[in-house]
Design a protein around this ligand. Structure first.
Ligand code: ADP
Length: 165
């Protein structure tokens, strides 16, 4: 069985993430999505909310499961029995950051390799932060996320739309 993990914050999951998940699920027999419980970042959504949104958004894919993790990515990969880490690449700015992390992970554990999937052009501009930014000003995010994630994001900003307080 070829197993991989796809770690990230997914705060919240976007159509760009889902595209990467769908493609990675065809390359590997099993894909575990790791929702990072990162104490350094203050997410908009709790880990549980992020896990639930991912479960809903990926329910059409059989070989995908969602877990949360808090330690080293390579340790999480080992725990899942995976020897590959999937990451998405949008632009050169992603590349510099991702290259450094991939190299660091290989130094920590040379058994684990990082596989990069280049973003579909239609999602190249899309990030969780831009979704939150647009939603914070009351903009339409229906082209960026699934309808159920859109509803969850709207709930978070209810009564707090910037410029309309
Ligand atoms: P992190 O906080 O670890 O960067 P993110 O949730 O922002 O987590 O992203 C997880 C992974 O998905 C990263 O590899 C990121 O580059 C990738 N990614 C994010 N948005 C897109 C997109 N629109 N297209 C392709 N990959 C993406």
């Amino acid at each position: 069985m070829k197993k991989a993990i796809y770690p990230g914050s997914f705060d919240p999951v976007t159509l760009g993430h889902i595209d990467v998940i769908e493609r990675a699920s065809k390359l590997f027999d099993h894909l575990t999505i790791g929702v990072l419980n990162n104490i350094a970042k203050t997410p908009l959504f709790s880990t549980e909310e992020r896990v639930n949104m991912l479960k809903e958004a990926t329910k059409h894919i059989d070989n995908v499961e969602i877990k949360c993790f808090g330690g080293l990515t390579v340790d999480f990969a080992k725990e899942c029995g995976a020897n590959a880490v999937v990451r998405g690449l949008r632009a050169v700015t992603d590349f510099e950051y991702e290259l450094q992390i991939a190299q660091l992970n290989r130094v920590i554990d040379s058994e684990i390799d990082t596989v990069f999937l280049i973003t579909d052009l239609k999602y190249a501009y899309l990030s969780s932060s831009s979704v939150k930014e647009v939603a914070a000003y009351g903009g339409d995010i229906s082209n960026f996320v699934t309808p159920s994630v859109e509803a969850e994001v709207k709930k978070k900003f209810e009564g707090k739309i910037k410029g309309k307080e």
